[in-house]
Design a protein around this ligand. Structure first.
Ligand code: AMP
Length: 292
C-alpha cells in the first residue's frame, strides 16, 4: 500500500467569496472543475464520488455541510455524524484540492427567504415521508452549485430520488453544470454504505442486508415480467416484514427518470425502498434491467 505522508493537508474555505476566488483562479488557468457536495461523515461511498471527480477534473472541491433545512423536526440532525478533521484528512490523502465547509449562518443568514421546490418529483417516495426534505435539498444544492459553478457536480445513485430532483433543478434553472451520477457503493453483503449504518446494532446490521437482497429480487421479477408490478411489490413487502424491518415507509417501482408511475415496460424503471430498523431509516434502490 502506498504510504501517505502525515503532512497531507487540504485548504479549507468557509465563505462563498473565498470559494469563488479559488475557483476563478483555477478557471483562468484552464482547469476543469469538479464539485462533490456531501454532509461529511465520509465513507467509501462518498469517496467513490471524489475519485470519479479526480479522474475527470483537474481541480476538485468537496463541500461538507450538514444542511439543517433538509432534516424534519424529530429527525437526526443533532446526532448526524460530524468529524471535519478526519474528513479533511481523508480528502487531503486523496488529493482533493479544496474543502468548502461553511457554517449554517453563512448559508442561511438572517433574512434568508428563498426556497427551491421541484414539484412532482420531490413529492412522492421519500418526499411523502419527509415533508420539506427535498425543498431543503434543492435549495442548498442550488446554492452550492451557484457558489462554486463547477463544470461537473457528482451525486450518488444511492439517493436516487435526490439525484433526479437535482437533475430536474439544474435543467429548469439553466444552471450551467453537468450532473454526473455515481453507482452505489455497497458492503460485501450488499448493504449500501451510509453514514447512518454506524448506528445499527449488530442484530440490526444483520437484518439490514435483506434490503438490498429484496430489492434485487423484486427488480429481477419485474425484469423477467413473471409477475405484474403489484405482485412483485406485494412479494417484496412480505419479505421485508419477514426479514425484521420494524417499519416500511415504501417499496415502489417508478419510471427511472421521471419517477412517475410505471406505465409501460418500454422505459427504464427503478425499484426504490425506505425502511426502518428502530430509530434508523435506510434507503436503497435498484435498476430494473429487462433481460436481453
Ligand atoms: P450525503 O453526505 O449523505 O449527503 O451524501 C453525499 C453524496 O454521496 C450524495 O450524492 C450521495 O448520494 C452520495 N452517497 C452516499 N452514500 C453513497 C454510496 N453508498 N454510494 C455512492 N454514493 C453515495
Amino acid at each position: 500500500m502506498a504510504s501517505v505522508p502525515d503532512s497531507a493537508e487540504i485548504p479549507i474555505v468557509r465563505t462563498v467569496a473565498e470559494l469563488r476566488g479559488r475557483v476563478k483562479a483555477w478557471r483562468a488557468a484552464g482547469a476543469v472543475i469538479g464539485l462533490v457536495p456531501t454532509m461529511g461523515g465520509l465513507h467509501d461511498g462518498h469517496l467513490a464520488l471524489v475519485r470519479a471527480a479526480l479522474a475527470a477534473c483537474g481541480r476538485v472541491v468537496v463541500s461538507i455541510f450538514v444542511n439543517p433545512t433538509q432534516f424534519g423536526p424529530g429527525e437526526d440532525f443533532a446526532r448526524y455524524p460530524r468529524n471535519e478533521t478526519q474528513d479533511a484528512k481523508r480528502l487531503a490523502e486523496l488529493g482533493v484540492h479544496l474543502l468548502f465547509a461553511p457554517s449554517a449562518e453563512h448559508i442561511y443568514p438572517d433574512g434568508f427567504a428563498t426556497t427551491v421546490t421541484v414539484k412532482g418529483m420531490g413529492e412522492g417516495l421519500c418526499g411523502a415521508h419527509r415533508p420539506g426534505h427535498f425543498d431543503g435539498v434543492a435549495t442548498v444544492v442550488a446554492k452550492l452549485l451557484l457558489a462554486a459553478l463547477p463544470d461537473v457536480a457528482y451525486f450518488g445513485e444511492k439517493d436516487y430520488q435526490q439525484l433526479q430532483v437535482i437533475k430536474r433543478l439544474v435543467l429548469d434553472l439553466d444552471i450551467p453544470v453537468a450532473v454526473e451520477a455515481v453507482p452505489t457503493v455497497r458492503e460485501a453483503d450488499g448493504l449500501a454504505l451510509s453514514s447512518r449504518n454506524l448506528y445499527l446494532s449488530p442484530e440490526e446490521r444483520a437484518i439490514a442486508a435483506a434490503l438490498n437482497r429484496v430489492l434485487a429480487e423484486v427488480a429481477a421479477r419485474l425484469a423477467a415480467g413473471k409477475t405484474a408490478g403489484a405482485g412483485a411489490i406485494a412479494w417484496g413487502l412480505k419479505e421485508l416484514e419477514a426479514a425484521g424491518f420494524t417499519r416500511i415507509d415504501y417499496l415502489e417501482v417508478r419510471d427511472a427518470e421521471t419517477l412517475g408511475p410505471v406505465e409501460t415496460a418500454a422505459r427504464p424503471a427503478r425499484v426504490l425502498a425506505a425502511v426502518w430498523l428502530g430509530q434508523i431509516r435506510l434507503i436503497d434502490n435498484m435498476a430494473v434491467e429487462p433481460a436481453g
